[in-house]
Design a protein around this ligand. Structure first.
Ligand SMILES: Cc1cc2nc3c(=O)[nH]c(=O)nc-3n(C[C@H](O)[C@H](O)[C@H](O)COP(=O)(O)OP(=O)(O)OC[C@H]3O[C@@H](n4cnc5c(N)ncnc54)[C@H](O)[C@@H]3O)c2cc1C
Length: 404
């Protein structure tokens, strides 16, 4: 089984992991024990007895599903707390690049605690100018991200993933093209049915903890938390994102621009050392209909019928030619609890805040320090605990001040 490349390993503590590290003493773990009666959902069962009795190792095993920012951060922290960690990733290989991201204090502090903050670059271009523009070509100097959020680090998503991944020790086992398809919970473990998408084979393995870090449309969440009601709330907005292949005609390579109209906008995010990324964002009454045609057709419809003008027209043409793009709806996840028995959620899988909050990556990194009592609490109680310093969690700005 392929493993991560070599790296350093060390132990550490967080409020969550203090508790998780004692998982072998199940009597002290009321929060993870779940109901005392058998509980069953469509694909998830939980019972008091463990008929399979296949836990053969004294070390605790954690399964992290998803190799994005939240999954890598979770794997890193669990490994440092002494867990054996396996990561499942649906994609055949690690993704690269991505779109513009501002990493704020919460995320930077978490990256520091995880030991890779210095490896996250800052691509802010001090000489960059950001313009507010309209279709007719009028432009005036506006505010850039760096102007407004001076302390943040401006990167692409892949920068954070690369930095975190490089810090991940060799002992963490990563399985690509692999997904969970069913979870059976017992008081002393979770049996996970795992599908290898390359060989089309399925195996069942026992873990002491399952971390769902598999993003907005999380499979772990569906298997362990739903099907009662979907926690996804649509905002009725679409986003389309890509990287520019060359500077915008009439603009310097390190300049940005914003075109804001009622219900639709375009942002060009510049960097010091690479070409900008572009984000279209528009309102729609029918999200499903936006996916029924090629993304460029939905975009052209959304930004019409008025003439585009040269800059917007050029940006749309580049989107059509781009080898790679993201086209998606903006949605939030609303859950009262972020764990069920031994299954916990982090990052977008748990609390997706949407692109508009610009806090998904930061809270994804910080979320792995979220304490177990927090996961067991309602959001309000959770926030109160954080506010009063009794624990730390991704919902609170006090995370930045938390001990490692
Ligand atoms: C355009 C845009 C701009 C943004 N800007 C910012 C910003 O400025 N600041 C900020 O903090 N955040 C920003 N965000 C949000 C941020 O990118 C996300 O919140 C963050 O990347 C979520 O990370 P994650 O690891 O939780 O989930 P994801 O990045 O979604 O990663 C999930 C991983 O799980 C894998 N996976 C999915 N399903 C399965 C499965 N069944 N089995 C195995 N693996 C699976 C996926 O392949 C993926 O690798 C932005 C988002 C967008 C779209």
């Amino acid at each position: 089984m392929p493993s991560k490349q070599a790296g350093a390993s060390r132990r550490g503590n967080t409020p969550l992991l203090d508790v998780l590290a004692r998982l072998d003493d199940s009597t002290s773990l009321g929060f993870l024990n779940g109901p005392t009666h058998p509980h069953q959902t469509e694909n998830t069962t939980m019972s008091e007895r463990n008929p399979m009795d296949r836990n053969t190792t004294s070390r605790q095993r954690a399964l992290v599903v998803g190799l994005g920012i939240s999954g890598i951060a979770s794997a890193l922290r669990l490994h440092r707390a002494g867990w054996d960690v396996v990561v499942l990733e649906k994609a055949p290989e690690r993704r690269r690049g991505g779109y513009f991201i501002a990493l704020f204090g919460t995320g930077l502090a978490a990256a520091e605690r995880l030991g890779f903050a210095d490896a996250v670059p800052n691509r802010v271009a001090p000489e960059s100018v950001s313009y507010d523009v309209d279709r007719t070509g009028r432009r005036r100097r506006g505010l850039s991200y760096a102007d407004v959020f001076g302390g943040s680090r401006l990167v692409v998503r892949g920068d954070i993933e690369d930095a975190a991944f490089t810090a991940l020790p060799d002992e963490v086992e990563i399985r690509y093209s692999t997904v969970p398809i069913a979870l059976d919970q017992y008081l002393d473990g979770v049996d996970v049915e795992i599908r290898d998408l390359t060989t089309q084979t399925t195996t069942v393995e026992r873990f002491n903890l399952v971390v769902g870090a598999d993003g907005l449309r999380s499979t772990v969440r569906r298997l362990a938390f739903e099907p009662e009601q979907s926690p996804i709330r649509r905002l009725n907005y679409m986003i389309a994102v890509y990287s520019l292949p060359e500077p915008i005609p009439g603009y310097r390579p390190k300049d940005g621009l914003t075109m804001a109209e009622a219900g639709r906008s375009v942002w060009v995010f510049p960097f010091a050392d690479r070409l900008p990324t572009v984000m279209f964002s528009y309102r729609t009454d029918d999200v499903d209909a936006e996916f029924t045609r090629p993304a460029i057709d939905s975009l052209r419809a959304a930004y019409g019928p008025e003439p585009t003008g040269s800059t917007l027209g050029w940006l749309l043409d580049q989107f059509e030619k781009a080898p790679d793009h993201l086209f998606d709806s903006a949605e939030q996840v609303h859950l009262d609890h972020w764990h069920r028995g031994r299954v916990v959620l982090v990052g977008d899988a748990a609390w997706c805040l949407t692109v508009y909050s610009a806090m998904g990556a930061s809270t994804g990194l910080a979320g792995r320090t979220c304490s177990a009592p927090c996961w067991n609490a309602t959001p309000t109680t959770c926030h109160e605990r954080c506010r009063t310093g009794r624990t730390t969690c991704a919902r609170s700005s006090t995370t930045t001040a938390a001990a490692p």
